[in-house]
Design a protein around this ligand. Sequence first.
Ligand SMILES: C[S@@+](CC[C@H](N)C(=O)[O-])C[C@H]1O[C@@H](n2cnc3c(N)ncnc32)[C@H](O)[C@@H]1O
Length: 217
Amino acid sequence: MKRPFKLDSRLNLCASFVRKGVKVADIGTDHAYLPVWLCKKGIAISALACDIGQEPLQNALNTIYKYNAENLVETRLCNGLAKVNDNEAQDIIIAGMGGETIAEIIDAWQFAKNKDKHFILQPMTKSDELVNFLYKSGFEIIEQRCCKERKIYTVMLVTYTGNIQNVSKEFTYLGKLSPKENPLDREFLQMEIRNLENKAKGNKEYEIVAENLKKEL
Ligand SMILES: C[S@@+](CC[C@H](N)C(=O)[O-])C[C@H]1O[C@@H](n2cnc3c(N)ncnc32)[C@H](O)[C@@H]1O
């Protein structure tokens, strides 16, 4: 039997947020590295590896067979969480997609508004849109951290609280990061500010947000 592989730092940060002894669903799983690793390490008791694409799901099956995880990890061909039932996942990972796609997936799942569920979210782009959606839908970021793997990434641990909030534009970029205390958080925010400045090109609103965010560095 093959020994479990090492995760890269981005997937490792996602994994660090998963609670011990839970059932996991990994949405947009591609190679199913996270669900196989989490089950083989004894962190998750079972996992669903879900993807919208046939080819990524075949990649997932190859990893599952390679590491003899057939009894632990099940694959599902579906859009978002469309084929995941309430009792099948307590911790849901959605990593490596745009923030707007992650928001759509959570919004479409009828079981998402449940205080016992944890969402582990790693947006590749538009994390501000995701944060705005989360707060106006009654979700909250419990914890947020960053990691570096060539590029800088952020991962959010999120749950439903029922508390609907209109957050400021600045907060949608800053979230629960602590750029004054943590160099990686600082680097992530600096990247967000650069993106905002590139996007601004005379747009006063973006310019003001970028200036306000610089005060957080
Ligand atoms: C870049 S890969 C990310 C793989 C892995 N989660 C990671 O972070 O390394 C994105 C995957 O998400 C899948 N995907 C995109 N939209 C999806 C959706 N609405 N529902 C399920 N899977 C989706 C794609 O088919 C692709 O396999």
